[in-house]
Design a protein around this ligand. Structure first.
Ligand SMILES: [Zn+2]
Length: 216
């Protein structure tokens, strides 16, 4: 994963036009922060507090198992008007699980999301764990009404041997209008996230950008 570029190359976006890589077509000075792998006590709460300070909205790609373990934090995400996406029930790898297992795990996550949401949370956003997806799985998810959200910019906050400052730079140097940016509200990423996120929020707010939740 260290070899993945922080900025998704244009050629990759063109090769896979059915996936959503950015929302630059919206034509507004907006950025889309996304947080994968939560909800997790204290870390997700830290993220929500930071977002509140900047009046920023974001999208949380939650793991179903974590929603079941921490429903109160999940409810806080919803009540603060952020968007929710499906990140499978158990963070499955698309290339190591067959179609039936993968789809069932995604639907299990969806059931947990529905169970803990009011009916206003109706959009079906899906981010495949590890960014792994295949044509057959994409087709099936599309049939079920999912929009597959990948990214324009990776902070790489999960990488253990880089400094938080590098994560901030990854985002600041690569972000442009409409960028979808990846952070993780996970234990593993917390060291980098807690330092980089406030800097990113501060920098782009001063540049006049608005952080919005993904609404399709
Ligand atoms: Zn993930």
């Amino acid at each position: 994963m260290q070899l993945i570029p922080s900025k998704t190359p244009k050629v990759i976006k063109q090769l896979f036009p059915n996936y959503i890589w950015d929302l630059s077509a919206n034509g507004k000075k907006k950025l889309y922060l996304t947080f994968d792998d939560g909800p997790i006590p204290s870390i997700t709460e830290f993220v929500l507090e930071q977002l509140n300070q900047y009046n920023a909205k974001a999208t949380f790609f939650c793991i179903g198992d974590n929603i079941q373990k921490h429903p109160k934090i999940f409810n806080q995400i919803l009540s603060e008007k952020h968007a929710i996406g499906n990140h499978t029930m158990n963070h499955l790898k698309a290339w190591k699980n067959n179609l039936d297992t993968y789809i069932k795990n995604t639907l299990d996550c969806q059931s947990v999301i529905q169970e803990h949401s009011s009916d206003r949370n109706t959009q079906q956003l899906f981010r495949p764990p590890y960014g792994q997806i295949s044509r057959t799985k994409f087709n099936e998810l599309e049939k079920l009404g999912y929009k597959i959200i990948l990214w324009d910019v990776l902070s790489k906050d999960w990488v253990q041997d880089i400094l938080p400052k590098k994560c901030t730079q990854n985002v600041i140097q690569n972000t442009e209008q409409g960028s979808i940016i990846v952070f993780h509200d996970s234990q593993k990423a917390s060291k980098n996230l807690t330092l980089a996120l406030p800097e990113v929020l501060d920098y782009f707010t001063k540049q006049g950008f608005v952080f919005d939740a993904i609404k399709l």
